[in-house]
Design a protein around this ligand. Sequence first.
Ligand code: NAP
Length: 557
Amino acid sequence: MLTIAKEEQRYDMVIVGAGVAGLYMLYRAMKAGLTARLFDAAGGIGGTWYWNRYPGARVDIESFEYSYSFSDELQQEWQWSERYASQPELLRYLDHVAQRFALHEHIQLDTRIDSVVFDEARAEWTVETQTGETFQACFCVMATGCLSAPKVPDIPGYGRFAGESHFTSRWPHEAIEFAGKRVGVIGTGSSAIQLVPVVAQSASHLTVFQRTPNYSIPLRNRPMDAAYEKHMKANYAALRDMEWRSFGGFVCVGGEPRQPLQCSALSVSTDERRREYEARWEAGGLCYYTSYSDLLTNDEANATLSEFVRAKIREKINDPAIADKLVPRDHPILAKRLCADSGYFETFNRDNVSLVDLREGPIEAMTERGIVVGGVEIELDMIVFATGFDAVTGALLNIDVRGRHGQSLRTAWHEGPQTYLGLMSADFPNLFNIAGPGSTASLSSAIPCDEHQVDLVAKLVERARRARRPVVEPTHAAQAAWTTRILAIAEGSLIHRGNSWYVGANVPGKPRVVLLDLEGFDSYMAFCDGVLARDYEGFVFGEVEAPKVGIEKLVAV
Ligand code: NAP
């Protein structure tokens, strides 16, 4: 048989994931004159916005902030139609970006990456697709997303249901009809909270299966106002500057940029605090994150906001018995990701909606006809799983990543992720992980964090290419110190009190460890600036063998 030699597919950089981070990485690679190829398993670009196309899906940070800042022309020319863009509009935006900067020709869709393996002798990565195609690259950027690997539901009888079933995280492209159907939604996180009010409008009956009630703030979305748009665009530079100096990478409160409050919730009078909370409730969205500075670290301070929001939720629900079930009491506010809704709690005042409180009895089984709780089978035509993700590490560890000496990343992170700056791991040279564990990405607004980390990768790559061999990696000491730092910061936080994806608690068997840098985006950026100013402290490049000294001191909390 005639064997045709495979054409060599070698690039300076391979990028995995065509979401916000991957697209910007590709743009930066192109600008730097690198050859690059970007892969995505999806049939289109957009990452999280490609997959999570369930009705009601929209961003909950204002679009003026949740958008790229790297091109002023782009941010001036793009017109958002709503204050918080819907999923279809976000996809249109990302497609516009890809067209405008001629990215499409470097993107290969419908291509799942199964393994990335480092070749020590050649100092390059071999990337293998599910169909066995291989590509070589000096630099490998994993932009696989922190909320992209759906969690497999840990429910007895999962898969037996004979009716329609859908995941919010893998929503079909064709229109899904709820009219005339008995629909069950499992989960009450951000995804379900957006979906539920939409389903309730047409389903013959909607049953929401709630395991943990959540705090949610009214989003207060509205069509874009021309004067507001003009004002924001005229002041974009100042807005971005404030974002980069903020904890969460976003600063708008009710449409106006506002410096985060720098004082304790307990340092002001009860009346002043109440006025502040009321104003933010009216402003809508996630603006409590930029409120008092100790809400995530001080129980008493946190209780002031938790109680305020509980009372607000209760006011919306007609039946006090249902309100009792919907009001969150098992965790402090912000210990789990805050939700923002458009009529979620009010939905439970409708006659065609019921709530099943799984704290009174868990789902016993899924059957061909529906879901059994407390010995009673609830018959359904459709089940929607809004059950979340194997977050932050899931998508990356689904790929067989092997670094020096064939070492597997899954093994290296067996007891929890080990990173330097949440960006690289020792013994995995030239492998970058955007929005990975140990970064602020999942806590802060995604796009500014992604842009900042991608810019950092571009600098590291540029520096590595000046070395004798184009290799960069963190030292073990820097990695150990960073990991210790992340855990130490988390010690003082209330985040441990929520059984959420922030700490890996939502996935059975996953190590329970804080996956985020909780010090915030501004501190993370300042830290990275310091690393660069000290000639890439904590990193070694191809011409340097020994780790630099002093890093433990640098990263001590
Ligand atoms: P999630 O917050 O992890 O919520 C999953 C829900 O499913 C939880 O209520 C969970 O209950 C429930 N659940 C999981 N397994 C279950 C089981 N076996 N039985 C019963 N209930 C079960 O996931 P998500 O709602 O998809 O949101 C994930 C993150 O994506 C958010 O935190 C946010 O960062 C992001 N997101 C953002 C937006 C936006 O920007 N607008 C929208 C959607 C999502 P427990 O809480 O008890 O585990």
